[in-house]
Design a protein. Structure first.
Length: 112
């Protein structure tokens, strides 16, 4: 049996990999800036920002954001800590390319 798949990003595909009923946590303490590459060289043009997350029952994954997002922070006596803060994504979408899955979202919010 063949499974018909559509190309491009979709919310339905994201829910297959990261169900909305599981908890998702931030792993990054900084945003990684993505830049446009031309002729094998990076330019100064920023195309997005990425950071790492983990959800229950998944391996760590990266999500691309079109604009800078504020990573969650909790003040501790040692330092600001953003890791392992429970979050929820705004408009999470996924795209399959070969055997890889890529995610993007418009933003995130801290869950309490």
């Amino acid at each position: 049996m063949k499974i018909k798949r559509t190309s491009g990003y979709s919310e339905a595909l994201a829910k297959m990999y990261i169900p909305s009923d599981v908890s998702t946590y931030s792993l990054s303490i900084n945003l990684d800036t993505q830049v446009k590459w031309v002729n094998g060289k990076p330019t100064d043009e920023v195309t997005g920002y990425q950071c790492w997350f983990i959800a229950e029952g998944t391996e760590p994954f990266k999500i691309k954001f079109p604009n800078k997002v504020s990573l969650p922070s909790m003040f501790t006596k040692i330092k600001f800590q953003t890791m392992f803060t429970k979050i929820k994504f705004q408009n999470l979408e996924a795209c399959e390319v070969g055997n890889n899955v890529y995610f993007k979202a418009n933003g995130l919010e801290v869950m309490k």
